[in-house]
Design a protein around this ligand. Structure first.
Ligand SMILES: N[C@@H](CCC(=O)N[C@@H](CS)C(=O)NCC(=O)O)C(=O)O
Length: 206
């Protein structure tokens, strides 16, 4: 088995979270290297695209969280073997990445500028992506996005939806998902209760 090291911020969320969960579900030991924002400021030039998560496989860097998700997800049985179902899974991963990108663009803004940017999200990209993802869930049958079973798409969506519902984003109502995409809201609660996800978080506090 190769030596795996995943470097990301010290948060139980964000772009590395589904990769960490997939490692756990696969039963693969990896170094969960959690860095502070200050450490990131010191080491980011050593990273290929100056960003995290970075997965090192026997010391060789691989970037891009969705690529990492697919790679570890396959070993964990969390990625469809059927090409069409894999496409459905990838569509969700890509949409979540786009949505995250739009949200992150508002980070670091202050006061009136932040208010306007967040209002723009609430009136624009958030409803577009939340209702779009709700539709993709319906396409998958309502319970999962693809393959009629848990995949990295469900986990990635659950991580972002839980973040949106936590009320951590100023000027974004914490009930926005519940109001605009009730199916997606229920999906998040169901995925968080999946025994594999519960076991991962139990292992975090153990
Ligand atoms: N598409 C990349 C995006 C990576 C990315 O933007 N990561 C953020 C953290 S979630 C980052 O490192 N930001 C540092 C910065 O913007 O300076 C991926 O999915 O891995």
């Amino acid at each position: 088995m190769p030596d795996y090291k995943l470097t990301y911020f010290d948060v139980d969320g964000g772009r590395a979270e589904a990769v960490r969960i997939a490692f756990h579900v696969a039963g693969i030991t990896f170094e969960d290297k959690r860095i502070s924002y200050q450490e990131f400021g010191e080491i980011f030039p050593t990273m290929r695209f100056h960003s995290v998560p970075v997965l090192e496989i026997d010391g060789a860097q691989v970037t891009q969280s969705n690529a990492q998700c697919r790679y570890i997800g396959k070993m964990a049985g969390l990625y469809p073997t059927d090409d069409l179902q894999a496409l459905y899974c990838d569509e969700v991963l890509g949409a979540i990445e786009d949505l995250t990108h739009y949200i992150v663009q508002t980070f670091g803004l202050q006061d009136e500028e932040l208010l306007l940017a967040r209002q723009g999200l609430v009136d624009g990209w958030l409803p577009i992506f939340l209702t779009g993802l709700d539709g993709l869930l319906t396409r998958g049958g309502g319970e999962y996005f693809a393959d009629n079973q848990l995949t990295v798409a469900d986990i990635t969506s659950s991580v972002v939806v839980s973040w949106l519902c936590a009320g951590q984003l100023d000027h974004v109502p914490a009930d926005i998902v519940q109001k605009l995409a009730p199916g997606l809201f229920e999906h998040q609660k169901r995925i968080a209760a999946d025994p594999r996800i519960v076991a991962y978080y139990a292992s975090r506090v153990a």
